[in-house]
Design a protein around this ligand. Structure first.
Ligand SMILES: Cc1cc2nc3c(=O)[nH]c(=O)nc-3n(C[C@H](O)[C@H](O)[C@H](O)COP(=O)(O)O)c2cc1C
Length: 193
């Protein structure tokens, strides 16, 4: 797929087929994350791949899904992600590396979608619980969790009117309104004055 099409068609997915993902593919996603831009090239990020069923189940309990339509987009047991990548910040290297994490996560989401794998970036997670579940040293901060799996839903992007809240229609399709280009794009100067 053309890179622009890839970017435009990636949507957050919260219902997954139960087909397993290859471990090497997950490692490739982390390798893609590793290549992202980083402030001053200081690289404070580390990653945990979680793909064992038991650990996936445990980790799921620390996550929170689709606040605007809660609880309708909480994945049911047969719709849950089959793998996760947990993104960690080594605070001894850099205290606040959230921007770097975002750049790395962008790579993960697009690299996954490029192979037809859906993802959801999860920031509203119980970070303390995740430190415990995955036995993570206290010097690390959990930045985000990326849920992964083959999509079992096809969310639709559309131009937003005013409200940008995503919503479910009467066929249970998730709609994701994005602010139209003409509302956010300025050419050479801001506004018309
Ligand atoms: C920093 C960040 C944190 C997010 N946290 C969550 C989350 O905890 N749970 C969730 O279901 N979605 C989460 N999302 C996904 C957003 O809801 C989603 O990106 C947004 O609705 C736009 O949809 P799209 O990704 O399909 O364009 C998060 C996204 C970002 C960028």
């Amino acid at each position: 797929m053309d890179i622009i099409d890839l970017i435009k068609t990636r949507r957050s997915v919260r219902r997954f087929s139960q087909e397993k993902l290859d471990r090497n593919f997950l490692i490739e996603l982390v390798d893609a994350a590793r290549c992202a831009p980083a402030t001053a090239n200081v690289q404070a990020l580390e990653y945990i791949i979680v793909d064992e069923t038991k650990t996936c189940q445990h980790l799921f309990e620390a996550l929170s899904w689709a606040g605007h339509v809660r609880p309708k987009r909480n994945p049911q047991p047969n719709q849950r992600p089959v793998a996760y990548i947990v993104v960690l910040i080594d605070t001894k290297i850099k205290k606040d590396a959230a921007v770097d994490a975002a750049a790395a996560i962008g790579n993960i989401l697009l690299a996954a979608w490029g192979k037809g794998v859906g993802s959801c970036w999860l920031g509203a997670v119980d970070k303390i619980k995740i430190l415990e579940i995955l036995n993570i040293d206290e010097k690390y901060l959990v930045d985000s969790v990326i849920a992964l799996g083959k999509p079992a839903e096809t969310p639709v992007m559309e131009d937003a009117a005013e409200d940008t809240k995503y919503y479910l229609d009467d066929k249970d399709v998730l709609h994701v309104p994005k602010r139209p280009l003409k509302k956010i794009l300025h050419l050479n100067k801001f506004g018309s004055k």
